[in-house]
Design a protein around this ligand. Structure first.
Ligand code: HEM
Length: 340
């Protein structure tokens, strides 16, 4: 049989592009919000990348000009203030939806066999998002950015030989310029690789079954694309509205040797613990990272039913409440010097 002959030109293009591959059956619950959170994270990540590419055209990663170039983006570049707002608020949506997506994956046992590697890549993606937020904060090169960098350098010092890679000792180039390279090339490349593996594994293993019994209707995958588009447009609308109303924080150039700021809200749990003991800056994120990474290895129990996972779910909820409490505590305590 001859290939690619017959049909309308549109049909032929569709065939050549393999568009018919999107017509496969998925369970209808995939179109509900809890199962769309990963998709919203993905769309917000795209908004983050596009707005970041625009900002890169005007940002200068040199200590003497970094803060000033952001002021210029805000005040002089056409719609620069708006793109900056979009970038900042998209980052907030990414972290919030990624965390809710993680909670959903935990509660529905989606980390269990055969989806362990989907979970592992998710945990690594979450760490990269943390890396984006940290490096982005330093790039502002205001007091908050400067103090974030001091914390980073302190950690690198403690890590000894491993820490040299990301310390001021490795190169004569200022660490700000190197963190900029990490922010705009290394982290995006790693994210794209991990994201591709994450999405590939989701396709291979299909979405996890509902953790309770019941009739499941099957629908075409295109209904999921439509649903995702709706949520994506809504996210962009929400991010734009907030960007119009609330300007992202930016202080003036930093003053060396003082500690008067707090980190962005998602790092406040670490900040609260640091107030008790400085070394928590290294220990606390490492414990959470390892616990998340090891979860599919530790919890290999067969049941996916919430009622049969009482201990695991209780521990998970206690940890979540503890982290939320530490974030709130970080918000209400006054900023001050807390590193030795
Ligand atoms: C950049 C961040 C992330 C993106 C863009 C992303 C994207 C997605 C998408 C689109 C899905 C399909 C189903 C859904 O939307 O729920 C999914 C599934 C999944 N994700 Fe993520 N994800 C991210 C981070 C994470 C994190 C932090 C974890 C957990 C540590 C995780 C674990 C999983 C698991 C286990 C599944 C399979 C769910 C199932 O089969 O029910 N992901 N992810």
């Amino acid at each position: 049989m001859k290939e690619g002959r017959g049909g309308s030109p549109i049909d032929n293009i569709k065939k050549s592009l393999g568009i018919s591959a999107v017509h496969y059956q998925i369970p209808s619950y995939v179109n509900r919000l809890p199962y769309i959170l990963g998709g919203i994270t993905l769309i917000s990540l795209i908004i983050l990348f596009v707005s970041g590419i625009i900002l890169t055209q005007f940002y200068n990663p040199v200590v003497s000009d970094a803060n000033r170039s952001i002021v210029s983006i805000k005040n002089e570049v056409y719609l620069g203030w708006f793109v900056r707002g979009i970038h900042y608020w998209a980052m907030n949506v990414v972290i919030v939806t990624a965390l809710l997506h993680l909670i959903r994956a935990f509660l529905t046992s989606a980390y269990k066999r055969p989806r362990e590697f989907t979970w592992f890549t998710g945990v690594l993606l979450l760490s990269l998002i943390g890396g984006f937020i940290f490096t982005g904060t330093v790039l502002k090169w205001d007091q908050e950015g400067y103090e974030a960098l001091q914390h980073h350098l302190w950690v690198m010092e403690r890590l000894g030989v491993i820490g040299i890679l990301l310390s001021e000792k490795l190169s004569s180039l200022h660490i700000l310029s190197r963190l900029y390279t990490i922010h705009i090339s290394i982290l995006p490349i790693l994210s794209l690789i991990l994201l591709s593996i994450h999405l590939f594994l989701i396709k291979v293993h299909e979405i996890s079954p509902l953790p309770w019994k019941g009739e499941v209707r099957m629908v075409d995958f295109t209904s999921h694309i439509k649903q995702l588009t709706k949520y994506g447009v809504f996210s962009l609308f929400l991010i734009s509205i907030v960007a119009l109303i609330i300007e992202p924080p930016l202080g003036g150039g930093p003053v060396e040797g003082i500690e008067i700021t707090k980190p962005p809200w998602m790092f406040l749990w670490i900040y609260s613990l640091e107030n008790i003991w400085g070394d928590f800056l290294i220990i606390a994120p490492s414990i959470i990272f390892m616990a998340l990474l090891l979860l599919p290895i530790i919890d290999r129990g067969g049941s996916i039913d919430l009622r049969e996972r009482k201990i695991g779910v209780t521990i998970f909820i206690i940890v979540l409440l503890l982290l939320a409490g530490l974030i709130i505590n970080g918000m209400i305590t006054s900023a001050g010097h807390h590193m030795d």
